[in-house]
Design a protein around this ligand. Structure first.
Ligand SMILES: [Zn+2]
Ligand SMILES: [Zn+2]
Length: 331
């Protein structure tokens, strides 16, 4: 089969690799669509050794079933959750695979065939297209959905999203759909325009004006009820604490290293809550499907579609910061 291989330095190649074989509890899926994730850009741009195949959001048709797999069959349309729990701990019982101590990560999904854990497959209902499916079973909508469960309080009226790459845009779409007033902040005018289309009430170009100050201006000087850090940058993380209202909540979506935060200044004296939200729970697929059926416009998150064979161009576009979600089509 053909697969992509990241070589670092923004080089992606198509290579011939052996077909995967399903081990016990696994299935092989013939890919219909895979989606690019912001977390892949580090490996894409990185220097040095080859980074491999970082695809971890894909949907397709089951073509092979491993030993002991029940409830799935060859020919079935599924989306795969890249994180599969052990299957027999208290968290796995509840479909909370990311909290399982011995979860396994399945990647290499930018390939004509890929391997997935059977217990991490979501059969796709007939009314869910491949494109909707890749967003609803990957972290494209998964992270924004999981994030929304941390900020469910009905008194939250406005949400500022710092950084509107794909994950930030998903937060914009979902929070606006839930009736919150959304302020989107970024340095890319293209992405701010997309945020506006997805429902942001206000957009702030963080290159042109001081972000926290703008958020305060837009919230009658109170600050936002919630600030979501989706840029993965220390200065953005700090700006979230400045821009959040007293007794408000900061959510961390963007992966990053240490940030200098003071318990007194950033938390205690203004009663600030900060929470992390990583990936999504396997069990959150059903509520996401329900949101989709109630009109959540997930497909609007996709800005660019490329045939799989044009993966190098797809990555270049994604890396330029001018896109929302970029997908590869294998059909
Ligand atoms: Zn991802
Ligand atoms: Zn487990």
């Amino acid at each position: 089969m053909r697969s992509i291989r990241m070589q670092g330095n923004s080089i992606v190649e198509l290579v011939e690799t052996p077909d995967p074989a399903a081990g016990p509890g696994e299935v092989v899926i013939q890919t219909a669509i895979s989606a690019l994730c912001g977390s892949e850009l580090h490996g894409y741009r990185g220097q040095g050794s080859a980074q491999g195949n970082s695809g971890h959001e894909a949907v397709g048709t089951i073509v092979q079933i491993g030993e002991g797999v029940t409830g799935l069959k060859v020919g079935q349309r599924v989306g795969a959750c890249a994180i599969a729990g052990c299957g027999h701990c208290a968290y796995c019982d509840k479909g909370q695979y990311t909290w399982c101590k011995s979860f396994k990560f399945y990647g290499s999904m930018h390939s004509e065939l890929f391997l997935a854990a059977a217990r991490a497959c979501h059969p796709l209902p007939a009314d869910v297209s491949w494109e909707a499916g890749v967003l609803l079973t990957g972290d494209g909508l998964g992270v924004p959905y999981h994030t929304s469960t941390k900020i469910a309080a009905p008194e939250i009226r406005n949400v500022a999203v710092f950084g509107v790459g794909p994950i930030g845009l998903g937060n914009v779409l979902l929070q606006a759909h839930l009736g919150r007033r959304v302020i989107a902040l970024d340095i890319s005018p293209d992405r701010l325009a997309i945020a506006k289309r997805l429902g942001a009430a206000d957009t702030v170009n963080a290159k042109e004006s001081e972000p926290a100050e703008q958020v305060r201006k837009l919230t009658e000087d109170a600050g936002a009820d919630v600030c979501i850090e989706a840029a993965g940058r220390p200065e953005t993380a700090l700006a979230c604490f400045t821009a959040v209202r007293t007794a408000g909540t900061v959510v961390f979506n963007g992966e990053q290293g240490p940030v200098p935060l003071s318990p007194s200044d950033h938390f205690i004296r203004r009663d600030i809550t900060a929470v992390g939200a990583w990936f999504y729970h396997f069990s959150e697929f059903q509520p996401m499907i329900e949101l989709y059926r109630k009109g959540l416009r997930v497909l609007d998150l996709i800005s660019d579609r490329y045939p799989f064979t044009e993966a190098p161009a797809a990555f270049a576009k994604f890396s330029s910061g001018q896109s929302a979600k970029v997908v590869l089509d294998y059909r």
